[in-house]
Ligand binder design. Structure first.
Ligand SMILES: [Zn+2]
Length: 131
């Protein structure tokens, strides 16, 4: 059985040569002039964060608890196209193209409906969810 593999190739960091032109939605918007390496001059939007009630709450140092959460934001690394990042409370996540994010959003809405209905999906519904 063939398995998919993914390997991240890291090269030697490139020294930053000054501020970059930030994306209009960049939360910083200053060109990231304090980053030492060009690879760190990444634009990130304001995030949308929401509580994930089915995950365990976080125990804080002071003994209090904080509900688990997840966040979604737009980002762009130098030399790459803009992306959408989904990050969970335990720093796991996925980086998506805008179109992949739209597919994920449609599937989330669809399967939320399925979970609430408690009905089996017909083949046509599964195909529709995949669009
Ligand atoms: Zn920026």
């Amino acid at each position: 059985m063939a398995t998919a593999s993914h390997q991240t190739v890291r090269s030697t960091p490139t020294p930053a040569t000054g501020p970059i032109q930030c994306r209009p939605w960049c939360e910083d918007g200053d060109g990231h002039p304090r980053e030492l390496f060009a690879e760190d001059q990444c634009c990130t939007s304001v995030e949308g964060r929401f509580v994930v009630s089915r995950e365990e709450s976080w125990l804080m140092v002071d003994g209090s608890t904080r509900p688990a959460s997840a966040a979604v934001c737009a980002g762009q690394r130098p030399g790459e196209a803009a992306h959408v990042a989904v990050v969970t409370h335990n720093d796991q996540g996925v980086t998506l193209t805008p179109e992949e994010a739209r597919v994920m959003a449609r599937q989330l809405v669809h399967f939320a409906w399925v979970a609430e209905q408690g009905v089996a999906l017909a083949a046509a519904d599964r195909a529709e969810a995949g669009r």
